[in-house]
Design a protein around this ligand. Structure first.
Ligand SMILES: O=C(CO)COP(=O)(O)O
Length: 214
């Protein structure tokens, strides 16, 4: 299982969480990675934790003020990027452009989407993975894999019908190892989560609980 911790703009210490991610990754067969804010990419990558960007723009080098260039994220140590989060919504053409930009820079891609229909559209753009995250469950602590299993199964079917090579992850409310096991049982190859680790009093203990049953 792939466990990708999105730090969003939570007021946590990104380096401390990254240290915990790196330490827990050593103890498990699961793959554990962290997606800090763009300004923290370099410091986070220096911990040795697998580091992802939260976003890259559909641009190339040039006159693009205030944008995130995929190559710059890669230079800072990112090995992958999220694209099109519910909290950072892109037009389909821009999702496509961001996937192309990430490919150009050698970044792995996970395109997020709200529901199975959008997952099908996202999978058609050829990312490495898609992640279904129902917006109503994000940040609630109610795990999509246990509260809304149909949406995860629907996403797996939607992606498989389009491109069997695109992995499917799920996210929203995931915070325990049981939530991760439930996701795996539904055909998900990984989970995206944020508050369960970024807002935890002890992020390392939260990560240990997530990987414990794997
Ligand atoms: O949006 C998410 C991950 O990208 C999920 O957030 P929560 O884990 O806080 O529900």
């Amino acid at each position: 299982m792939f466990i990708l911790v999105n730090l969003k703009t939570y007021p946590c210490d990104p380096v401390a969480v990254a240290d915990a991610v790196a330490a827990v990754d050593e103890t498990t067969d699961a793959r554990v990675a962290v997606a800090p804010q763009a300004a923290h990419l370099e410091r986070v990558a220096e911990t040795g934790a697998e580091t992802w960007a939260q976003h890259v723009d559909p641009i190339d080098y040039g006159s693009n003020t205030g944008h995130t260039l995929a190559e710059t994220a890669a230079d800072a140590g990112a090995v992958g990027t999220l694209i099109n989060h519910s909290e950072h919504r892109l037009k389909l053409a821009d999702v496509d452009g961001s996937v192309r930009a990430a490919d150009r820079a050698g970044l792995e891609t996970v395109v997020c989407a709200n529901n199975p229909a959008q997952i099908g559209a996202a999978a058609a753009l050829g990312p490495d993975a898609v992640a279904v995250e129902p917006p109503a469950l994000i940040g609630t602590g109610t795990p999509v894999s246990q509260a809304d299993p149909e949406v995860v199964e629907g996403a797996v079917d939607a992606a498989r019908n389009v491109d069997e090579d695109v992995a499917v992850l799920c996210g929203a409310g995931i915070s325990t190892g049981d939530d991760v096991v439930a996701a795996a049982d539904l055909g998900s190859e990984g989970v995206l989560l944020a508050s369960g680790v970024a807002k935890a009093d002890d992020p390392k203990a939260a990560l240990e609980d997530l990987v414990d049953p794997l």
